[in-house]
Design a protein around this ligand. Structure first.
Ligand code: HEC
Length: 155
């Protein structure tokens, strides 16, 4: 499952980065020489972090799918899709600096966690005529994590 595989991949890539420029050394040797280093720390976090923080960090990783089109930092320019910072609680189609479809503007949706979950499940079913034609998320756990991540960014 993606929400389990991503932290493991992240742990692996952080481990590789922390190896510096010695690709010929065996990985075991590097880990043993840095028992409290970044690689060990991240692996442990992925296995044992408390549920709420873990969900947000899983959501942050899973948001990579959305980041192809959506910026997320406050005030960042819109891309192919609108900036999603603070989207929870916002009326659909009202983010500044983005040309929404009439369908989105007239949807009457205010983005709660439940509305977001339903939109991610099938954007066109939720808002008929939306120009968001990619980015559906089939895995309910991944949707939950992405929603938790977006909610964590709402002031
Ligand atoms: C291929 C580009 C693309 C991807 C990938 C994508 N989106 Fe979108 N998204 C859009 C576009 C374009 C719109 C504007 C739709 C409209 O105006 O009808 C949009 C609109 C939205 C909106 C409405 C925002 C508002 O202010 O009303 C939400 C919420 C949203 N996307 C969430 C997501 C999430 C969460 C993901 C990842 C799971 C995602 N999107 C992936 C292109 C994308």
């Amino acid at each position: 499952m993606r929400n389990i595989a991503l932290p493991v991949l992240l742990a692996a890539s952080v481990g590789l980065v922390s190896c510096g420029s010695a690709p010929e050394e065996p990985i075991e040797q590097i880990i043993v020489s840095e028992p409290g280093g970044a690689a060990a720390g991240v692996k442990q976090a992925a296995a044992t972090a408390p549920a709420a923080d873990d969900l947000v960090s899983q959501g942050k990783a899973a948001f990579a799918v959305c980041a192809a089109c959506h910026s997320i930092e406050a005030g960042a320019a819109a891309g192919p899709g609108p900036n999603l910072n603070g989207v929870i609680g916002r009326k659909a189609g009202t983010a500044e600096g983005f040309g929404f479809t009439d369908a989105m503007k007239a949807s009457g949706v205010t983005w709660t966690e439940a509305e977001l979950d339903s939109f991610m499940t099938d954007p066109a079913a939720k808002v008929a005529g939306t120009s968001m034609t990619a980015g559906a998320v089939n895995d309910p756990e991944a949707r939950k994590a992405i929603t938790a991540y977006l909610a964590s960014l709402t002031q």
